[in-house]
Design a protein. Sequence first.
Length: 431
Amino acid sequence: MQVEQSLFPQISKVFTVAELTRTIRGTLETKFAAVWVQGEISNYKLHPSVHQYFTLKDARAQIACVIFRNTLPSFRQPLVDGAQVQVYGQVSVFEARGQYQLSVQILQPRGLGVLQAKFEALKRKLEAEGLFAAERKCALPKFPKRIGIVTSPSGAAIRDMLNVLRRRAPWLQILINPVRVQGTGAAAEIAVAIRELATPNENWLPVNLIVVARGGGSIEDLWEFNEEIVARTIVDVGVPIVSAIGHEIDFTICDFVADLRAPTPSAAAELIVPDIVDLRRRIVVFDRGLGRELLKRMRDAQQQLDLTRGSLHRHVAHKIDNYRRGLVHIASALQLRSPARELVMRRNRFADLQRRFATLPPRFLEDAKQRFRRMEGILRVLGPDATLRRGYSITTDERGKLIRTIAAIRPKMKIRTRVTDGEFGSTISSA
């Protein structure tokens, strides 16, 4: 029993196959980060799912590889057995078969170079995210007042830029944030420096744009500007970024994500600010053009004023002529009805009436006398007295009102009766 216990030590747990495989997978994926592996392709197969499977081998070993759909773009030349390649990927385990494999993320012909492959892979990734799109990029200010420069303070690039900037834009305020532009950790310094310049504080005012600059060099020398941290920092800040890395033939990831790529640091200085000499020349041209335009407009205004003055004079003269004709008409009407003329006419008419009145009274008086005599003769014949003399009488009540009918009298009523030679009173005894 002692021997059995030593040969078969007590185990705390019995794994299932799946558990053991999953544990191995976790150990492998934790132990190995993404790795570069080179070898020869064999057993290549394009699955209907568009996943690609092959074995990467050398003279002594082999490893299964898989390229999942949409992981890599289409290759210029199709993959074939026997091709010598370099692949970059993550070591993992396919649990269903219990075999370890390499999930390929980058594939290139053998000998191309690891840095170039990493550059192409990151470029494809960021381009797929839209970070290179033109509509995302900002326009640079035409007349910046303050700029920030992220570069090495001891390099030739900053000296060249300062010489050009002082010559072209002496008014410009320049803020330099010094960083390392080469070596491990330089990419993080560059990203921090960009964010510091893009965030104003009590030490400096906001800058209008930022230039990320470095002189020329090999791909290894410029590599820090190909790191993803720098690219994403340029995209995140809200200040326009100009990339001026290396020489004209050099391209970095920084160039693609920046708002403007300059071929060299000196060219960047010429692109971001206008030339003061050119500005002065343009000001002179604009000044002359403005003078000519003002003179032209003044002359046009003078002509318009003359035209308006002539039109106004004609209008006023027409109005005055109309008023003059109206005044003449009114004067003529007043002349016809003038007080002196009316007085003469009235005086003449009065004199005529006076003459007529002077001749008319005697004749009118004689005619009136004759009419009176005729009326008197008629009254003598038809008047009340003549009627009374013919035996008639006139009876009235006490108030002198004529009594014409028997109905107008009543008992004990006092009446008066008039006859031709007088009148007398009486009282009615009964009706």
